[in-house]
Design a protein around this ligand. Structure first.
Ligand SMILES: *[C@@H]1O[C@H](CO)[C@@H](O)[C@H](O)[C@H]1NC(C)=O
Ligand SMILES: *[C@@H]1O[C@H](CO)[C@@H](O)[C@H](O)[C@H]1NC(C)=O
Ligand SMILES: *[C@@H]1O[C@H](CO)[C@@H](O)[C@H](O)[C@H]1NC(C)=O
Ligand SMILES: *[C@@H]1O[C@H](CO)[C@@H](O)[C@H](O)[C@H]1NC(C)=O
Ligand SMILES: *[C@@H]1O[C@H](CO)[C@@H](O)[C@H](O)[C@H]1NC(C)=O
Length: 454
């Protein structure tokens, strides 16, 4: 196996969207070639007004509709991103404390400028309709915790991204946690054939579509729902047309189950222990990592069956456990490992990816049809390895074939990326919650609302 190179194993099968490139090279439908060129440079821009230059040189001012104002802002953001890509630099009105650089980013200049534009402009409206526990409440711990953390940030946090009025919003959040709904509706177990989950979400959409103009204006293209629950993709099974444009932010990002990266967003799964905001961070240097590869977890799903068949408790270097021995700590073991195996379980996502990154352990992705989180801006092939299911028996050879110098490079990038996978409340620049906001922002940048509709 001496001739194996890393590059052979980091070809990801999932459909990757180069969203930023879509945005740069394929202007959104109907987009004016240069929407701001008619503004005279001496006219101060007032976002609520449109300035027209009349033939005699005077400036005529008309009141702008909220939709026009929003679309103009987005057009400026797109222009700024294009310019950043061209000039390989950024423009910002404030001092930038973090400048994303390096090849872990698909295009660091596009990402940086897009993030700057998001901070400056992006506003999200959270619908107020509905009552707890089915709406406005979600879990803040355990594997689906990201639902509740995101919701709490939107509903109770002080985020600058919160719109004060729906007219100033770029996107609209349907504040439903599928996990909560499943907990309340299906417990004690009831008849699963009633489509209760689907009916609840559909009812909610009907309520807001009847009460406000926003859903109908875009047919849902500027609305999103965020869920980490395995069943979240099922909401659209009965009335797929209603959900055709909705932005679905899902942990269960399985392209084989209608996940569409151009519209949907892959949400990282984070297992959050009580009283904390994520897995522990471990800064053990590479030369003190004595385990080649580590995995511990139950046999959920076919990928783990394959993994256990080859590696369960039968190798000192590739340590794979179904039950971790009493005297071993899960997170310490990750911190002592060079590579952390992240096989899919019942569904494609695994909390181990975020745990591995936190532990400074290079993630080894073993999952079919999975669109990795934030892959519209992050180049996962630069800081993780991919092993297709049929190569599971060769894992040891594959990992041992990675030259140590190459390993050091990849591990350094994992450390560099930790900031994007950390949850803070309230959210801090470039952390996990802001990366989710940024993914939503990017989807919105790719949509343009018709201007005659408001
Ligand atoms: C990039 O832009 C920043 C801020 O606008 C500026 O301070 C810096 O000098 C620029 N760098 C280059 C290489 O042009
Ligand atoms: C389950 O619900 C469906 C529709 O609500 C009904 O037709 C069916 O008879 C129910 N089955 C059971 C076992 O209660
Ligand atoms: C949105 O469209 C639906 C279906 O066509 C309609 O019933 C509803 O009244 C519309 N909403 C508004 C606010 O006009
Ligand atoms: C942990 O326990 C196993 C048996 O369950 C034993 O073989 C091993 O030596 C122990 N390791 C340590 C470090 O105590
Ligand atoms: C992804 O979807 C396909 C098609 O439904 C399914 O066969 C596969 O098991 C799913 N992957 C996982 C890990 O659940």
């Amino acid at each position: 196996m001496a001739k194996l190179t890393l590059a052979q194993f980091i070809v990801f099968p999932a459909v990757f969207v180069f969203l930023i490139f879509v945005l740069l090279h394929l202007p959104p439908i109907n987009q004016n070639p240069n929407p701001i060129s008619h503004l005279s440079s001496s006219t101060p821009f007032n976002p609520s007004k449109t300035y027209h230059q009349t033939p005699d040189g005077r400036t005529r001012i008309t009141k702008t509709s909220p939709t026009t104002r929003i679309e103009k802002g987005l057009a400026r953001a797109r222009a700024a991103i294009r310019e950043a890509v061209r000039s390989k630099n950024y423009t910002s009105e404030k001092e930038e404390t973090f400048i994303p650089r390096g090849d872990v980013y698909r295009n660091p200049y596009a990402f940086h400028q897009s993030y700057i534009e998001m901070e400056k402009r992006f506003r999200i409206w959270t619908y107020r309709e509905g009552d707890v526990p089915l709406v406005h409440d979600g879990p803040v711990n355990n594997i689906y915790a990201i639902e509740g953390q995101f919701m709490a940030e939107m509903e109770r946090g002080k985020s600058r991204l919160k719109a004060r009025h729906p007219d100033e919003a770029h996107v609209f959040y349907l504040p439903m946690s599928i996990t909560r709904i499943v907990q309340y509706i299906y417990r004690p177990p009831v008849n699963y054939s009633g489509n209760y989950l689907e009916r609840l979400v559909t009812d909610y959409i009907h309520v807001i579509a009847n009460k406000y103009p926003y859903w109908n204006r875009s047919s849902g293209a500027d609305h999103f729902l965020l869920s980490c629950h395995d069943w979240a993709p099922d909401i659209s099974t009965v009335t797929p047309d209603l959900y055709k444009n909705l932005i679905r932010v899902l942990c269960n990002a399985n392209t084989s189950e209608r996940f569409q990266p151009i519209r949907d967003i892959s949400l990282p799964e984070v297992n959050i222990p009580h009283g904390q905001l994520g897995p522990p961070h471990l800064d053990r240097p590479p030369n003190q990592r004595h385990i080649l590869a580590f995995f511990a977890g139950r046999e959920t799903g076919y990928m783990r069956t394959l993994l256990f068949k080859s590696w369960k408790e039968n190798d000192d270097e590739v340590q794979v456990y179904e039950h971790l021995p009493q005297n071993k700590s899960y997170s310490q073991s990750m911190g002592n490992s060079r590579f952390c195996l992240c096989p899919s379980g019942w569904e494609v996502a695994s909390p181990r990816i975020v745990e591995a990154i936190a532990a400074g352990c290079v993630p080894v992705i073993i999952s079919d049809y999975y669109v990795l989180p934030f892959s519209e801006v992050l180049d996962w092939s630069k800081f993780s390895l991919y092993v297709p299911s049929y190569k599971i028996p060769e894992i040891k050879n594959i990992l041992k074939a990675v030259p140590y110098s190459r390993y050091l490079e990849i591990q350094k990038r994992v450390k560099q990326l930790q900031r994007h996978f950390v949850i803070n409340r309230q959210a801090k620049p470039y952390d996990l919650l802001n990366m989710i906001f940024h993914s939503i922002w990017l989807r919105r940048l790719n949509v343009r609302l018709p201007l005659n509709s408001s």
